[in-house]
Write a protein that binds this ligand. Structure first.
Ligand code: HEC
Length: 320
């Protein structure tokens, strides 16, 4: 009945029925939407198996967003056995179809040697392509990577170190509204790293990041003195050992894209579980233990004991 009703713009059929018919006719975008209807239980009973089947069909039909989501699920082993090589192939196809978010994830994976063999040149190549195309997360990631490298290392020469370009990318990303870049740019201005030290600029960028819910930026705001109140507090730009632990925990959080499931800037199709009041419920050791064997659907990530401890420190500091 609905098949003929489609001819009359789907009159009398639910969104789900329309989508199902169009999907069966082979329309990739309808297949992708149908996958999400099954995954969310919207207009139909929730059915993870059907969702997975339709997502795969959409991916095979060259819908870039479907390729990206499928690839991510296969790399991380969400709902399917983890298969980094197969997942990475889907991410490459999505990137080839112009999805810069997929290329950004690929770049990050090569840079850290996660799910693919470590290859910094390849990581920088992907990130640079996405950054040049204006992808804010790639601009931020690449800038932080380049700025963290001492100029003289052989590695830096190999990947083409360029401090000026790094600062430009960070600025572009921050201006486009990406909170992590606003925070990182604030840090540069506070520390006079890559730019002239400028507490007023640091404050302004922390403020913009904090207004978007960036917790660490809110903290830094309390550390940076008001420009009119005079000189920076001595030593405030030198991170203490604990702060360094936290910074490397933050890098792990970014590497594994924890935000993809735990923050509002999540990738589409994945549930958002905000991290709140962790310190009230976990000690550092308990949190490290949780990360060693998280309950499904959170994936167990290949972290060392030391990495789990650093991540736990960061989480407790950031989501107390
Ligand atoms: C694929 C999505 C996904 C990813 C990626 C993910 N998580 Fe989770 N995480 C979840 C879900 C879902 C839960 C809730 C599990 C439950 O208790 O049922 C959870 C729970 C947690 C909790 C416990 C929260 C609480 O209030 O009890 C912590 C802490 C946590 N995740 C940290 C992380 C960190 C750190 C990363 C990155 C290394 C990460 N997660 C990556 C989905 C994810």
């Amino acid at each position: 009945m609905c098949v003929s009703a489609i001819a009359f713009l789907g009159l009398g059929c639910s969104d789900f029925e329309v989508m199902r018919v169009v999907a069966h006719l082979g329309d990739g975008h309808a297949q992708y939407r149908l996958a999400h209807m099954y995954a969310d239980g919207s207009g139909v009973a929730k059915d993870d198996e059907a969702a997975a089947r339709w997502l795969e069909r959409a991916a095979e039909g060259d819908v870039a967003q479907a390729q990206y989501e499928l690839g991510t699920q296969i790399v991380l082993g969400i709902g399917v056995p983890a298969d980094p090589e197969a997942g990475t192939r889907w991410l490459l196809r999505a990137a080839g179809n112009g999805l810069h978010a997929a290329r950004t994830d690929l770049g990050l994976a090569y840079l850290r040697g996660k799910s693919v063999p470590l290859d910094e040149s390849e990581g920088v190549r992907h990130l640079r392509l996405a950054a040049d195309a204006g992808e804010p997360k790639a601009q931020n990631t690449l800038a932080v990577f380049l700025l963290d490298r001492p100029r003289e290392t052989e590695n830096a020469a190999r990947v083409g170190f360029d401090r000026r370009a790094a600062v430009d990318w960070l600025q572009e990303s921050a201006r486009s509204g990406f909170p992590a870049a606003q925070y990182n740019l604030g840090l540069l201005y506070a520390q006079g790293r890559g730019v002239q030290a400028d507490p007023a600029q640091a404050r302004a960028w922390y403020q913009r990041a904090a207004a978007q819910g960036h917790v660490a930026a809110g903290r830094e705001l309390e550390r940076v003195p008001d420009a009119e109140r005079g000189a920076p507090r001595p030593g405030s730009a030198v991170p203490e050992p604990a702060a360094r632990e936290v910074a490397s925990g933050r890098a792990l959080y970014e590497d594994y894209d924890c935000a993809g499931c735990h923050e509002t800037a999540a990738r589409p199709g994945m549930p958002v579980r905000p991290l709140v009041k962790l310190a009230e419920r976990f000690s550092a050791a308990q949190l490290a233990g949780f990360l060693a064997a998280p309950p499904a659907p959170m994936p167990a990530l290949p972290l060392s004991d030391a990495e789990r401890e650093r991540l736990a420190e960061y989480l407790l500091e950031t989501y107390p």
